[in-house]
Design a protein around this ligand. Structure first.
Ligand SMILES: *Cc1c(COP(=O)(O)O)cnc(C)c1O
Length: 360
């Protein structure tokens, strides 16, 4: 069986060992004679799976008891609405920092539920940088400040958590969670769809400081009400059991591999290697401000964009999958999440060199 080098942006690569383990347990989970997909979420067995996954995630990220951790459905996109519904309370507004497509979507959705204001934006700059903190307009009356620590499409990442004082910080960490250590206690709330760095699509992790609970709007749908889901252990209704379980396998593997410090070192090395090659090669370019380049998503352009289609088909033939840039920006993008090993980055660089030599 030949597996490709997977550079897809999401749903993205999963660790092969995790897929093997899930396959091994698929029909008969630990001698129970049934699959996790067929098991009641109220069973003791699933309760143990769920609790272990949560405990391992708390250990990986250093999440204290002062935060609730939820495993919800609906993807990060549902959280774009859930965040204002749950966290605005009596505040008159919420502030958003726009750094690319995802923060812009989060902002637009929030505007349906609250007075969403733009604290800062890098749109005039073509989404190539993070606006300097000194220029942000954060109101004292804001319920929270929302940021997107890694913009998956533009390949722009915060390399540090901005200080927004007493106003709670909310982060859409979908494409950076677990890629390196995270300063959880700088956030009032963070959320992430699983399908980039945690597991299969279908489960969304939300971390929320408990003192921010209890202020959901009365008309908040109960399935996305953080307070109700926290009280119910994310089992107010049927949770995404299978996806939750696979995330648990990924968490355990990360812990066994030395946790997020170790993962971060590998990811930094992978990213630096790829950017170093792209910067040195005349044939390719990366438009992002070097201070804000993502460790997870590396967009790049060919010097001759009429070759894009040939590049993609030859890359596929060479076993390099998922390099097409997002339809909104074109060009190429290599997503190099945790489960894309350094050897895949090496293979990509070798292909880039060879393609440039033939077409420069
Ligand atoms: C993928 C992604 C989303 C959308 O996630 P869904 O689970 O498809 O709703 C939102 N934000 C970021 C940063 C993403 O990478």
């Amino acid at each position: 069986m030949a597996r490709v080098h997977n550079f897809g942006a999401g749903p993205a690569a999963l660790p092969e060992a995790v897929l093997e383990e899930a396959r091994h347990e698929l029909l008969d989970w630990k001698g129970r004679g049934l699959s996790i997909m067929e098991m009641s979420h109220r069973s003791q067995a699933f309760g143990e799976i769920a609790a272990a996954a949560e405990a391992d995630l708390r250990e990986l990220l250093g999440i204290g008891d002062d935060y609730a951790v939820l495993f919800l459905q609906g993807g990060a996109t549902t959280q774009f609405a859930a965040v204002p519904l749950n966290l605005v309370g009596d505040a008159p507004a919420a502030d958003y920092v726009l750094t690319g497509s995802w923060s812009k979507k989060a902002f637009a959705e929030a505007g349906r539920f609250t007075n969403a204001r733009i604290a800062a934006t890098s749109e005039e700059d073509g989404w190539r940088s993070i606006p300097a903190r000194a220029g942000w307009k954060v109101g004292d009356d804001a319920a929270y400040v929302h940021i997107t620590p890694n913009e998956t499409i533009g390949g722009v990442e915060y390399h540090g958590v901005p200080d927004v004082g007493a106003v709670p910080l909310v982060g859409d960490v979908s494409s950076t969670i677990l890629s390196r250590p995270m300063a959880v206690d700088h956030y009032g709330c963070f959320y992430a769809g699983a399908q980039k760095n945690m597991g299969p699509a279908g489960v969304t992790v939300v971390g929320v400081r408990r003192d921010l609970l209890g202020r959901a709007r009365a008309d908040t749908p109960m399935a996305i009400d953080y307070t109700k889901q926290a009280q119910a252990g994310s089992m107010l209704n049927t949770p995404p059991c299978w996806a939750w379980y696979v995330c648990g396998l990924v968490f355990r593997q990360l812990l066994d591999g030395g946790g997020l410090e170790a993962m971060g070192r590998i990811n930094q090395r992978k990213a630096e290697k790829l950017y170093a090659y792209l910067d040195a090669a005349d044939f390719y370019g990366n438009p992002v401000d070097p201070a804000a380049r993502s460790w997870m998503n590396v967009p790049f352009l060919l010097g001759r964009n009429e070759l894009d289609a040939a590049f993609l088909s030859e890359a596929e033939e060479a076993g390099l999958h998922g390099l097409k840039g997002h339809r909104s920006v074109g060009g190429m993008r290599a997503s190099i999440y945790n489960a894309t090993p350094e050897a895949a980055v090496d293979a990509l660089i070798a292909f880039l060199q060879e393609f440039a030599a033939r077409n420069a």
